[in-house]
Design a protein around this ligand. Structure first.
Ligand SMILES: [Zn+2]
Length: 278
């Protein structure tokens, strides 16, 4: 082996050590960033819960009042109730959006700052993230309203007329009991990951992967094991079936919509993370 070849080999070796070191550094940064983002999510969860509680209370109380009014007058309660149903949810979406806006902006700013420092992006929280936040709030409001209306319409169809008033009142009480918690749990993970992903895109990150928390479900663990994907790709699409392993047995989960980032399901606490380098 001549000197030039020895030198070349040494350089290759040095490059590979540097690249391994860079990868390890990147990994340390990602772990730190995910821990910081988890902490932010935990802090904002209570603010989200307070906002979600205001949304659900407004909705549930309005439903209770509409039932009392319609069935209290006894002349064609269904007609009175249907009129309320048609008009109330036209404006409920805007209320939901307005209530969630301040906490969402504050949370998005926090996530953006954390992820920017992770990837060394020197940029102000700008229009791109705001546009994204706007789209997120629109989707949230639409999803919220469609869930409320959908549940009411199903009850109206399925329950005998004499039991409808009670069923609607029970449903309103059910919302007051549990719905705000579900919204806070879901939305903190959804918005945190949406903003992290958009910040990665702004920073020119090209690939991403799924990161679970200890105790994650078999389906999230299955996605985590997959190789990184392009930053704009979906981890799973509508109609996909994810195969996971649970205590040695195969388990399956159907996916109902495109998943660009977590959550995959209710109660999911996973994160999207950047894959930098080779
Ligand atoms: Zn998960």
């Amino acid at each position: 082996m001549n000197l030039a070849k020895i030198f070349e080999k040494k350089e290759r070796c040095k490059r590979s050590i540097i690249s391994r070191w860079a990868q390890r550094q990147a990994e340390v940064k990602v772990t730190r960033s995910v821990a910081a983002r988890d902490k932010l999510a935990e802090q904002f969860r209570n603010l989200y819960l307070a906002a979600a509680d205001r949304i659900v209370t407004k909705d549930a109380k309005a439903l209770q009042r509409a039932v009392e009014k319609a069935w209290g007058q006894r002349i064609d309660p269904r007609q009175a109730f249907d009129l309320w149903l048609d008009s109330f949810y036209l404006s409920m979406g805007k209320h939901a959006r307005d209530i969630l806006l301040p906490v969402s902006v504050a949370y998005a700013e926090g996530v953006f700052a954390e992820v920017s420092s992770e990837i060394g992006l020197d940029m102000a929280f700008g229009d791109a993230i705001m546009a994204h936040l706007d789209a997120y709030l629109e989707t949230f409001a639409a999803r919220y309203v469609s869930s409320s209306r959908g549940q009411i319409i199903t009850l109206l169809k399925d329950i005998p007329p004499e039991d409808i008033a009670q069923a609607l009142t029970d449903r309103a009480n059910g919302w007051l009991d549990t719905r705000a918690t579900k919204i806070a749990d879901d939305e903190v993970i959804r918005l945190g990951n949406a903003v992290a992903l958009e910040t990665y895109v702004q920073g020119g990150v090209r690939r991403k992967r799924w990161k679970t928390q200890p105790g994650a479900c078999p389906f999230c663990r299955a996605i985590e094991k997959r190789p990184p994907i392009a930053i704009r790709d979906t981890f799973a699409g509508k109609g996909d079936e994810i195969e996971g392993q649970d205590k040695g047995a195969a388990v399956f989960m159907g996916v109902t919509g495109p998943k660009l980032h977590p959550p995959l399901h209710r109660g999911c606490k996973c994160s999207v993370v950047a894959v930098i380098g080779a």
